[in-house]
Design a protein around this ligand. Structure first.
Ligand SMILES: Nc1nc2c(ncn2[C@@H]2O[C@H](COP(=O)(O)OP(=O)(O)O[C@H]3O[C@H](CO)[C@@H](O)[C@H](O)[C@@H]3O)[C@@H](O)[C@H]2O)c(=O)[nH]1
Length: 268
């Protein structure tokens, strides 16, 4: 562990070569000299073979505190994030996407919020925040439907967000067993952590409103399989939180309804 590093920014990445340079330079620019000295940036890549490794090496040689962890045996967004958390040095852990939909310029605000709260949440559902008009309608529907289904699990304003931070001690120290209960499948790692970590009842979450942009380089990896994984995750979380046969059945009905709506809108 390096004691100079206070903040670790973890970026799960898969086929993101074209986004690495702009994200890295914009992030350290936004952090400024003081914050930058205390921050490491870690890409967790699942063996993309697209030149991402060389891109990160170039930036590291230029003096940015950035590295890339390449996994060859595992795949998946949530598990990549957990892998990054485990292999980082900071007491304050931030997660963001590589595709610049999470503006690097908002990161200093996220880190400020994370120092004040156990959990910092980049939220798209706050007063005055506008969604980029180019964000496809079907993605809005999926996002709202997914959020609705998560309502009984957490009061967080945007548990579907991939832009969030958590203080390391809540992952590994407050309850050392908590991390073993975390499901590493799928995309919704923030929801999983919000529902299962031993966060305080009051003032646990610091919301940071941000405008969700559209991807300009590369492609989204959100697939039908990921949506199914979300439904499984929901079922497990409902069981974990409430237990009981009726709640499980209720969640299955809800998820089927959600799935039906998605398929309807996709015209499948
Ligand atoms: N290492 C690794 N990274 C992955 C994988 N799948 C996706 N990623 C990375 O995870 C980030 C998000 O993936 P996208 O494919 O860009 O997701 P999205 O469609 O933009 O969905 C995002 O926004 C949603 C909000 O609507 C979020 O809910 C979701 O978690 C994600 O952040 C990107 O940096 C992408 O490269 C994987 O299997 N392995």
């Amino acid at each position: 562990m390096s004691k100079d590093i206070k903040f670790s920014v973890i970026v799960p990445s898969y086929h993101e070569k074209l986004n690495i340079e702009p994200l890295t330079t914009r992030l350290f620019q936004a952090l400024g000299p003081e914050f930058s000295k205390q921050t490491e940036l870690i890409y967790v890549d699942d063996n993309s073979q697209d030149g991402s490794v060389e891109e990160v090496q170039k930036l590291s040689e230029k003096g940015y505190n950035v590295r890339i962890i390449v996994r060859t045996k595992e795949r998946g967004l949530s598990s990549a994030v957990l892998h990054g958390f485990k292999n980082s040095d900071g007491q304050y852990l931030l997660c963001m996407d590589a595709d610049l939909q999470h503006p690097p310029e908002v990161v200093p605000k996220m880190l400020d919020s994370l120092v004040e709260h156990p959990f910092a949440l980049g939220t798209r559902y706050a007063k005055g925040v506008e969604m980029d008009k180019n964000w496809p309608i079907y993605r809005r529907i999926i996002s709202s439907g997914a959020r609705l289904l998560a309502l009984p699990l957490t009061s967080a304003s945007d548990p579907m967000s991939g832009f969030f931070g958590v203080q390391r001690k809540y992952l590994y120290e407050v309850d050392p067993n908590a991390i073993n209960n975390i499901n590493d499948k799928g995309f919704k790692i923030a929801l999983e952590l919000l529902a299962k970590l031993p966060l305080p009842k009051k003032d646990a979450i610091g919301d940071v409103p941000f405008s969700f942009g559209v991807r300009t380089e590369g492609e989204s990896k959100l697939s039908g399989k990921v949506m199914f994984q979300y439904l499984g995750q929901l079922r497990d979380l409902y069981c974990y939180k409430f237990g009981g046969f009726h709640l499980v059945m209720g969640s299955i009905v809800l998820t089927l309804l959600f799935l039906g709506t998605v398929l309807l809108y996709l015209g499948v």
